[in-house]
Design a protein around this ligand. Sequence first.
Ligand SMILES: [Zn+2]
Length: 121
Amino acid sequence: MIRKQLRVYQFTVCSNGVVNVNDGEITRSVRLDGADAARCSCGDDDCVHVRLVNEHPHIIREALVNSCDIVSVDGGNLIFEPSERGDRLVAFSDVSDWDGVTDALRKRGIGHGAVYHLPDF
Ligand SMILES: [Zn+2]
């Protein structure tokens, strides 16, 4: 009988939002750009690490919380990624009322189209 060996991956999240994926031997770092797992230190464009991070929304959420500014508004939270050219809205979280969130965006001069294309955690 052939026993299939399953790798157990462990995730840790740094204070800068980098997700570390450990397969028991090697740790790879996956950088998040907004809500998308964008880049991995292994250098493979289609690497398993980025895919694994994408399959675990709570890991992405933790990374965003660690690296971004969370602004509570009526109806939910706006998640901003700080940048040199000003904070950039990258996601939402804990949304209970999209109308309230849309109002908050309008007050900040952000187009409400963001509610359709940015992720909600
Ligand atoms: Zn990788």
